[in-house]
Design a protein around this ligand. Sequence first.
Ligand code: ADP
Length: 393
Amino acid sequence: MKILSVNAGSSSLKFKLYEMPEEKGLISGVFEKIGLKDSFYTIKTDKEKIKKEVELKDHEAAFKILMEELMENGVISSLSEIKGIGHRIVQGGSYFDQSVEVTEDVIKKIKELSSLAPLHNPAAIVGIKAAQAVIPSARHVTVFDTAFHQTIEEENYLYAVPYNWYTDYKVRRYGAHGTSHKYVSLKMNEILGRYNTKLITCHIGNGASISAVVDGKCINTSMGLTPNAGLMMGTRCGDIDATIIPYIMEKLNLTPKEVDTFLNKESGLLGISGVSSDSRDIEDGINHGNKRCALAQKMFVKRIVDYIAKYYVEMEGCDGIVFTAGIGENSISTRREVLDSLKILGIEIDEEKNNTRGETICITTDNSSIPCYVIPTDEELMIARDTYNIVER
Ligand code: ADP
């Protein structure tokens, strides 16, 4: 059965088509600058990667071209072969603790949650409507980044603010990257060969979050109401003293929107280093003796270590630590620095095994108290799995 996994942004559309239940990726790609000048798309198959420049008026136009490409590439012979389309949704609030089939009510709730994810939820609705218009015969499923975190108890998801902020305005921790945390924790359990485990999953990319997962269920996570909480990130500040915000707004005469831009786009690795939000540039800077890059990296690592230590105590132990996403999968030095700081827990890195990028591997020695793994994440596959399971039911 063919299942299409899609991730619609305001001007982009990422996709990957799977043969399910074999979980075989057939073709993938991305449409960019939709509705803007110079729009184009790239498509990757087993054999080749192509790029075409073409006018993409809107997401519907992108889906139409995508269907033509799938037919031209011989992966489908008619649209009806695509039985399910899974749509990634960033914010599902407290409404969704699992993936669901799209209905008018589901769309209404995603729209209602737009104030919590203004860049993402409205774009996802545009993506769903466009897909429904172009491929009406398929069943459409929504997969929420927040769903995996819905098992978190209230003492962990509430902020110590007036209670009616939660009841009246939905102010609470929702988490992020749930699909990724779920994927790598499932994979880690498979590797360990058991499911009654205590895991710490570190999704460290440009955006970054850490989760504590007990017996496959998330019990805590570092992201909050929005994806600017917990860890220091590429351009986001993560946890800060909340009163910094009114203080600096007054000092610099900033509007709420302006201060939000500083905290989301000009903080983190970029804010401290003054050089870049990209961890490769930070590593380069350090190699060239740049002190602010070294400071940024020190702070970045320290916050990861803080969260791992916190969750180790909260779970009363840990059976495995997983590193995933751009930095987790690729930054040898970040992983080394994090694990070196966790020696007190009996963790022992295997330098040779850690000297790797983008593959599933155990990076600690046999003597290490906790096995630590790199597991490349696969959010598209999780979306396809959930969609297949719903369509098959
Ligand atoms: P997001 O999905 O949040 O945009 P990614 O998971 O793609 O982010 O991660 C992007 C980050 O991964 C960037 O900071 C980049 O520096 C880092 N990264 C990618 N490749 C490497 C590498 N070889 N070494 C170090 N960092 C890397």
